[in-house]
Ligand binder design. Structure first.
Ligand SMILES: Nc1ncnc2c1ncn2[C@@H]1O[C@H](COP(=O)(O)OP(=O)(O)OP(=O)(O)O)[C@@H](O)[C@H]1O
Length: 606
């Protein structure tokens, strides 16, 4: 590998040295269950979990053994030490479970035997050949367009098959595609191995989809090839495998991806940001059209959208030679798939819907907007002020207070403040401080002593902050954190302690998050993205969550969505994104009894 960024496993998969059993010698001969005996030969590879060796059969299989592959003279033997991190709680490696369903399906090697011998979990499987990474590496870091197009076609059909069994692979990359053994009938056949990160996207029994979620602190996969959704910790679904495949194909073709070379603690974030900022056009600048079309299609797929595999395959048809028998990679699986789909639909190809305007989400163009959130409420007095300079804050606030209004939200844009005041807060008194710090701890602690709690918060790009604290809230305790990246880990810890996020702000690229006990919520989730996460918000809305806090930096938008303890009579919530402060829109919303509940300014689209 040219740099260290190809394999960055989730924390779970990073076994400390020696913990993978490397200190325990491997057995010289292997015999598990009723398997024949194999003698250990050369090493084939080593991964994060296991080591893979050639096994030579040195005994005849028992007559009653009808295991497919029992007669193979050479097999691949995968060893995982019993203390490996890949082993699940009941002992056997998680990958075994996945192979129980997928062994031997199109493009997946057959597992002949599984069992335990001495300190190791052992899986005996079909022996395969070099990986696509090996092929690319041994061919001066290059691969022909025809070869990559054939790989595209066959890989899509393999993923289609795997997905049809309810699994997503979760770690699609050149190293995990293997060819058949050289010199055999299968040397041009493609296989996808390493099912250790495979997850269910649907329950094949009930047909029900796994629930959508986002856990921004969870990353599984390989940084270089991971989908943007995987970087952001979203539940894996079919689109993620296809996005990783798209990056795999472009890597094989161009020899490099634009996000290679980042290092350090922040690497995952920087790589993800670069992926978001790279348009399909620029990613595929030197590649034939179909590659760009494929990238464009896969990055626009929704969480539960059924990919049109046949259409994806047909994109590459024009590149590969017409005679399947002389192609550099077998494309049998794909031909079968297109045939089936064609039959079902009464024709070979799906219609092309490219002329339908599709929103392009990755264009590499930053844009900054106001995000405003409106809730249905009984008629009440609400007022807004925007472009308020520091010196004029006091005047607006005291006028509002005189009229019986308290501040319900604050925001900042270009070092000027926006202020929402209304009669619906339920507060009994309120204090605020404009401070040059983000945040001013001493002042906040003093107010906590006096039973004021933070109820609104904004930060300006110059580092100053406006903190509003109120009495008469239901909060029982509060805590906050200021951090250089979105502090999901901390939030997650606080959730476990009974706190919920009740206010959030940014100052430049820094975040401040306030959590409170007794916040009146029964559950809370986060949506964090490099653009406004519309899809996630809609999924959450459908499950009863409503946006209760918003904040955005120049890079990312974060939305906190909560389920209220007491359901409001009218659950209507609307959001707007506008480049100017939405003064006219607010008035239109008021006319429909929708009132500003949250507002922020920052990066929302790319
Ligand atoms: N059936 C096989 N035939 C030949 N070589 C194989 C076979 N299975 C695995 N290998 C080789 O062994 C390497 C490690 O295998 P695999 O990826 O399954 O292990 P892992 O420990 O799960 O790795 P990772 O760290 O990628 O998760 C592969 O990259 C490949 O080179």
């Amino acid at each position: 590998m040219d740099d260290g960024d190809s394999v960055a496993r989730s924390a779970d998969k990073d076994a400390p040295p020696g913990d993978d059993g490397s200190s325990t010698p491997l057995p010289e001969t292997i015999q598990i269950g009723n398997s024949p005996t194999y003698k250990l030969d050369r090493k084939l590879g080593k991964g994060g979990f296991g080591q893979v060796y050639v096994g030579r059969r040195i005994s005849t299989p028992s007559l009653s053994d009808r295991t497919p592959g029992a007669n193979a003279l050479e097999v691949a033997i995968k060893f995982e030490h019993r203390t490996s991190k890949g082993c699940c709680s009941y002992g056997a490696p998680y990958e075994w479970q996945v192979y129980n369903t997928l062994s031997g399906i199109h493009g997946v090697p057959r597992v002949h035997y599984k069992g335990k011998q001495s300190e190791y979990y052992i899986m005996i499987m079909d022996m395969l050949g070099p990986s696509l990474w090996d092929v690319w590496n041994n061919n001066s870091h290059s691969m022909s367009v025809e070869m990559v197009a054939c790989i595209a076609i066959e890989a899509i059909s393999i993923l289609e098959k795997m997905h049809s069994k309810g699994y997503v692979h979760g770690d699609v990359k050149p190293e995990n595609f293997l060819l058949g053994p050289p010199g055999t009938l299968q040397e041009k056949k493609l296989f996808l191995v390493d099912l250790g990160l495979a997850t269910k996207w649907k329950d094949t029994g009930t047909g029900e989809l796994v629930e959508y979620d986002q856990r921004p602190d969870v990353f599984r996969g390989t940084v270089r090839y991971a989908s943007v959704h995987a970087h952001l910790g979203r539940t894996g679904s079919r689109r993620d495998d296809l996005e990783s495949l798209a990056y795999t194909l472009v890597f094989l073709l161009r020899g490099r991806l634009p996000w290679q070379g980042y290092q350090g603690e922040n690497k995952g974030f920087l790589v993800c940001k670069k992926k978001m900022a790279t348009s399909p056009e620029s990613l595929c600048y030197f590649c034939p059209q179909p590659f760009r079309q494929f990238v464009e299609y896969v990055v626009n797929l929704k969480f539960d959208e059924e990919p049109n595999y046949a259409k994806c395959i047909s994109l590459f048809d024009g590149i590969v030679g017409p005679n399947p028998d002389i192609r550099p990679i077998n494309t049998d699986g794909a031909q079968k798939l297109i045939y089936q789909v064609g039959q079902k639909r009464g024709r070979l190809m799906m219609e092309d819907d490219d002329d339908q305007p599709k929103k392009k989400i990755r264009m590499g163009m930053p844009a900054t907007q106001w995000v405003s959130v409106y809730n249905a409420r009984r008629p009440m007095k609400q007022r807004y002020h925007y472009n308020v300079a520091d010196g004029r804050l006091a005047q607006h606030i005291s006028k509002g207070n005189e009229d019986g209004l308290f501040i319900s939200s604050v925001a900042s844009c270009s070092n000027l403040w926006a202020l929402i005041m209304d009669a619906g807060t339920g507060f009994t008194s309120q204090v605020y401080e404009l401070s040059p710090y983000f945040l001013h701890k001493e002042w906040i602690m003093e107010q906590w002593e006096k039973n004021f709690y933070i109820t609104a918060l904004a930060g300006a790009n110059n580092g100053s902050s406006l903190v509003v604290m109120s009495r008469g809230t239901q909060y029982a305790q509060q805590s906050y954190k200021v951090s250089d990246s979105f502090p999901f880990k901390w939030i997650n810890k606080k959730w476990k302690e009974g706190f919920y996020v009740t206010a959030m702000a940014t100052s430049g690229s820094r975040w401040a998050v306030v959590v409170s006990r007794n916040a009146g919520f029964v559950d809370q989730v986060v949506e964090l993205d490099f653009l406004y996460p519309s899809e996630g918000v809609h999924r959450r809305w459908d499950s009863g969550y409503r946006i209760t806090a918003t904040a955005a930096t120049w890079d990312q938008t974060a939305l906190i969505l909560s389920i209220p303890r007491r359901k409001p009579a009218d659950e209507t919530q609307e959001t707007l994104r506008t480049s100017a402060f939405p003064s006219q829109h607010v008035k239109e919303k008021w006319a429909k009894n929708l009132y500003l509940a949250s507002i922020c300014y920052g990066r929302t689209v790319s």
